[in-house]
Design a protein around this ligand. Sequence first.
Ligand SMILES: Cc1ncc(COP(=O)(O)O)c(C=O)c1O
Length: 349
Amino acid sequence: MIVNSILETIGRTPMLHIPLRGGEVGLYVKLEMFNPTGSMKDRMALSMIDSVPITLNEAAVRIVESSSGNTASALAMISAVRGLEFTTLMDSHASLDKILTVRAFGSNVRVVGSGDGDLATDERDREARRIAVEEGAYWTEQHNNPANAAGYIGLATELLDDLGPTMTHFVSAIGTGGSLCGTARQLRLHIPGVQVIGVEPVGSVIFGGQGGRYRQSGTGTPQGANVGVVIDYDVIDWGRKVSDDKAFSICHYLARRHGLLVGGSTGGAIYEALSVAREAPVGSRIVTLACDSGTKYLDTIFNQDWLSSNDIQIIDIEAQFAELFANAAVPQPLNEESGYGAACALNNA
Ligand SMILES: Cc1ncc(COP(=O)(O)O)c(C=O)c1O
């Protein structure tokens, strides 16, 4: 594929099929790390920049956003292409990799927080608001920006093209809620009965409960931080919590058994997807998003010293879900009968 801008490579990501229960149930992992900055956030960042009011677009625009790293990387890439000035507020303990990525695109990083390892989401947002008001920047405000969720309409269309109405479950991580709710709202238009399950870390408070420290990056909302309007509880059937131990154990399992490097939020979502697969009716197709790549976490999730110093235990996923992996079937390509043709018919309707 020859493109005239790196932005044309956003989307149309591949999907990995992992058969479970001898092929009775299919897990489908949409590989969003194939986007240019290695996460699904390229989709929403482009949507948010495209929605900047036209009058602002004509002036020399300065964008500001608070981010755990992936949104910042995506906005920095797009700002480079569009000639915008971009400043991001990131946590003091954000991975060096993510900070350096933003700087590599020519954007500015301001580090916020105490450095004790806790998320400084609220503080980051306050500083973004201050920069917007006092320094005249445009705050994309991802937690309250409808263009965040709208950025995933294309993702839902790709899922419908690939799997059509045969999807039974959509299980994914939730932070701002843009990817889960934006995708789910669109899927629901075509598959009203699809079960939507949002997954947050234990310690995050989107679905209530006790706040506490967690290490899954980008996902969840810590106690005290604002749960924005992008989270649409009406399109979510179930909210689940997954511990760091379980989420990171999935990352290790996927790397070692499937050659797939994913980040911790994806680990959490896939842990929950496997739990759903245990009880799901024969023929279920469970879709989940690989939000970003494990290459962003080689010095944390995949570093035994870091795991030990954070008291994280890697558990044996194959033993825990033994009944899912018994009689592993050879993945079968989709054909007309299994859904692909039906999806095309649906999209052409
Ligand atoms: C790695 C990762 N996973 C999950 C999420 C949560 O996605 P959303 O904000 O669309 O809910 C984010 C958001 O920053 C992220 O970076």
